[in-house]
Design a protein around this ligand. Sequence first.
Ligand code: PEP
Ligand code: MG
Length: 886
Amino acid sequence: MPKLVYDFAEGNKDLKQLLGGKGANLAEMTNLGLPVPPGFTITADACRAYLSTGAVPAELADEIDHHVALLEQKMGKKLGQADDPLLVSVRSGAAVSMPGMMETVLNVGLNDDSVNGLAHQSGNPRFAWDAYRRLVQMFGKTVLGMDGEVFEDAIEAAKQAKGTRNDLDLDADDLQRLVGTFKQAVHDHTGREFPQDPRTQMDLAIEAVFDSWNADRAILYRRQERIPADLGTAVNICSMVFGNLGMDSGTGVAFTRDPSSGQPGVYGDYLQNAQGEDVVAGIRNTVPLAELEQLDKTSYDDLMRIMATLEGHYRDLCDIEFTVERGKLWMLQTRVGKRTAAAAFRIATSLIDEGVIDTGEALGRVKGAQLAQLMFPRFDADADKDLITKAIGASPGAASGQVVFTSAAAVEAAERGEKVILVRRETNPDDLHGMIAAQGILTSRGGKTSHAAVVARGMGKTCVCGAEDLDVNVAKGTIAVDGTVLEAGELISIDGTTGEVFRGEVQVVPSPVVQYFEGTLAPDAGDELVASVHRLIKYADDVRRLGVRTNADTADDAARARRFGAEGIGLCRTEHMFLGERRESVERLILADNDADRDTALAELEPLQRDDFLELLDAMDGLPVTIRLIDPPLHEFLPSMEELAVKVAVARERGEEPGHDAALLAAVERLHEQNPMLGLRGVRLGLVIPGLFAMQVRAIATAALELRRRGRDPRPEIMIPLVGAVQELHLVRDEVERVLAEVGGGQEIPIGTMIELPRAAVIADQIAEAADFFSFGTNDLTQTTWGFSRDDVEGAFFSRYLEKGIFAVSPFESIDREGVGALVRTGVDRGRATKPGLKLGVCGEHGGDPDSIHFFHEVGLDYVSCSPFRLPVARLEAGRAALPAE
Ligand code: PEP
Ligand code: MG
């Protein structure tokens, strides 16, 4: 076994995988000479060993003994020492931040004796007994798995007995009695006494932290955030400092820049006379950090100096947890802080301007998912709005929905497809389900660093918090504000940027970032966020190797895609042109039982198709347009078999002649397939229905010729779907070439194929002989590689698969690198073995997915193609993929 325990002085910020984010950064701060209370970190290796074997590794106890002894030496006091005890916190800390998801136990080391020593040493018996009751409470909840309500109820009863509503009114005697009640509750619950031996307390707390890695809420959070399930957590044992020793003490959270807007400056919350998690839990209302300057100038100045040091050292926004103990500042945690999407872009470009990072590093720090968030609509400033209050905009966005007061109600409503806003006094980690289900979160307490705010920002979910004007009564299911009462089910709208809360649903308008991409808002028009997006996306365009095309079938979509940066169309699905009024012609084509009827139907469709292509090629003038010949099975264009059967039966019942309907029904029955996805579609259809592909090709070629005559520069490419054998492609290719020759005009139109069947990928070397280009159809390739049909399985059992960890994300959303990805790689390698310069793209939905784009860059595709709205994300991620590895 490698070393399992590291003193804070032994680690550094790069050891996150081993020491967790908290441990690595405590080590870094210790080595920077900042005031960190001494302590040590138990590695995530130890946790993983514990989780896999069910027992702590044998070596751990000795290593902990050694580090406890060192700590006792450093602090000049011992664990459990009756007259002056060393107290420690036991805190979780994984490699990836999981706010509030795992456990913490504070004040470990107190017992019936040492509580008196602490009272004496601190000169503050109230404080000592309060610390002891917190230990028994946290230990009971976290280590012994007791219901937190037991303790809360006892505190409530003590306050009632005292006739107060404020914790601070409970005196030392009250708290001493409370400790007795708590210990009795522990005994009742576990049949054992609360452990008096500090080392036993510590060991049990460590195991509880290890176990909390697999708590339901932690598992849910990891799934949501796509955090691997096998990282485990480190455990930090840190000597206690106290923010609850009186009004000259306190605890706070600070950011070196505003995490919601990215504005420079100092942001945070401070709570006097409070300990530990009180701030993040949003339990009592905090004051803005700036007020610390008045309360305790020395600590404030120290904090400002340290924050500047940390930002300079980490070269990024840092968030910090600190405690002031009787006028002395202590640093309890720092890390590169979470931020909103807007803040990410603004901070990245500010840091370039400040000379801290270069543009490449800045691009590496913003993500496609963040850019996608910035493209969500905003509330219309000119819409009629009924403002009910304005609070803290904690996580931006515009969300409307019905008021719900519990996470369970949020989940139920979401399952019914309803949009809800989760309204709470404050949230806690058990609200995670509800927060995921809701459109947005509104709380009446807590600041920008409350649980609701931190978690919502992490999820990219709209959140307004600290709406103190709202009297939220969860039991009654009402919100009272200024004499008005809102009830569950009523519609409200929340603006996570301004903090405004409106009654009713508010109209939305495109975000400034979308207006920028549309070309209606100039990058230098004064919107700083737009200016930041502009700089970074332009840089991404400069450095990316991947081209970016769009999937579009109409001139409108093509025009928008061009504005959004498309360098061509990677997939025009021509079947979309067979819908609407044209269905009748398609029906005639399907019903035709002789060449003449079929030719008539095709002749009806051809001019319509030609007009479609004229518009599309014109909109993309000068850029390549990959037109895929019809792909889906023909019965998709006919009415449903059940409906027709009923119609025909009813007509016959009435003694009427069903005529056309009967013929249609016969055709539907003839074309019916058990597995249409694996049936007569794609190239198979083109080979079986004479004249269909030829009609489409003629329409493409004549449209292009016409445009050329008008002096335009059309660049169509013809693409054959669902090819599995090179013979199929040869046959179709011959026909396409024949039609092109007939149309004449000397047009060179490339003829390529989709690679969307495993067989095609495997024999790509043969297929390349007959193809001028490949486009990977990763939708079908995923279906056929896994052997499941997307429409059937996604809604049916995917959630179970995700829960069971069979996949961390749906393979339809993000490319399955190991399976489907391996086939793509094979297709690339074998295709290029035959034709070294073969042009390769992807047009499945993965073409717009950030992680998949990085994969397509790695395997050497030439371009990705995605829907118009994903283009900015694709441009940004293609740029990020091209950055040199860190
Ligand atoms: C694909 O299969 O990835 C593809 C783009 O084709 P479609 O989604 O139209 O089947
Ligand atoms: Mg396909």
